[in-house]
Design a protein around this ligand. Structure first.
Ligand code: C5P
Length: 223
């Protein structure tokens, strides 16, 4: 198993999927789980700041996340919401929703179950998020913490948004990335933090393929 943590815009998702493909392993995007619960909260008209109502919506939400690295679909109430969970409304509300302890408890338990199932079926898994090495799977043999400068992360996020047909300038992306990082790092319940034994990798100056080579080498030794 490989635990891949770090803030947004570090290339985490791209790298995690490619690494999982290369290792013929399963893949779990824990951010997609917080995003789909956030979409359920927004659809229910619940205020993301109302922790009790958010927790109740999370408990009732019927959703699935794919565990293959190629086009892992995310569904809510039976419909594919893979694109919608990347939109600006969810981006804005996801940090407050994921700071609710009851939401984290629910999703961490589910993440651990999925990891166990995929490990039993496929033999390996790459899991990406913010608290995988610290909370979800602290016994993971390989923990990697990806970083990149805020400007590079904003540029990547804005390019991704534009490629997906959502107009975004680099300044918008920087403000949004900064805000989420601040909220994610400062929350009381499992904040964004590197595990003490994580390997740190700054991806600012690296192409995706270079990051992939570095991670594949680490995984072949420890994954
Ligand atoms: O990785 P992604 O940007 O899709 O994550 C969206 C949000 O979900 C993060 O900004 C964070 O608030 C939350 N998250 C989390 N814990 C994780 C993964 C994501 O709190 N393990």
């Amino acid at each position: 198993m490989v635990a891949l943590d770090g803030p947004s815009g570090t290339g985490k998702t791209t790298v995690a999927r490619k690494l999982a493909e290369r290792l013929s392993a399963g893949y779990l995007d824990t951010g997609a789980m917080y995003r789909v619960v956030t979409l359920a909260v927004l659809r229910a008209g619940v205020d993301p700041a109302d922790a009790d109502a958010v927790a109740a919506t999370a408990r009732d939400a019927v959703f699935t996340v794919g565990t293959t690295p190629v086009r892992p679909a995310v569904t809510l109430a039976g419909a594919d919401v893979s694109a919608e969970i990347r939109g600006p409304e969810v981006n804005h509300a996801v940090s407050p929703v994921s700071a609710v302890p009851a939401v984290r408890e629910l999703l961490v338990a589910r993440q651990r179950r999925i990891i166990d199932e995929v490990l039993a079926e496929v033999g390996g898994i790459v899991v990406e998020g913010r608290d995988i090495g610290t909370v979800v799977a602290p016994d993971s043999p390989l923990k990697v913490y990806l970083t990149a400068s805020p400007e590079i992360r904003a540029a990547r996020r804005s390019a991704q948004d534009n490629a997906a047909g959502r107009r975004s300038t680099q300044a918008d992306a920087l403000a949004s990335v900064d805000r989420r990082d601040r909220l994610d790092s400062s929350r009381a319940a499992s904040p964004l933090r590197a595990a003490p034994d994580a390997v740190h990798l700054d991806t600012s100056e690296l192409e995706i393929d270079q990051v992939l080579v570095a991670l594949s080498e680490l995984a072949s030794r420890r994954g």
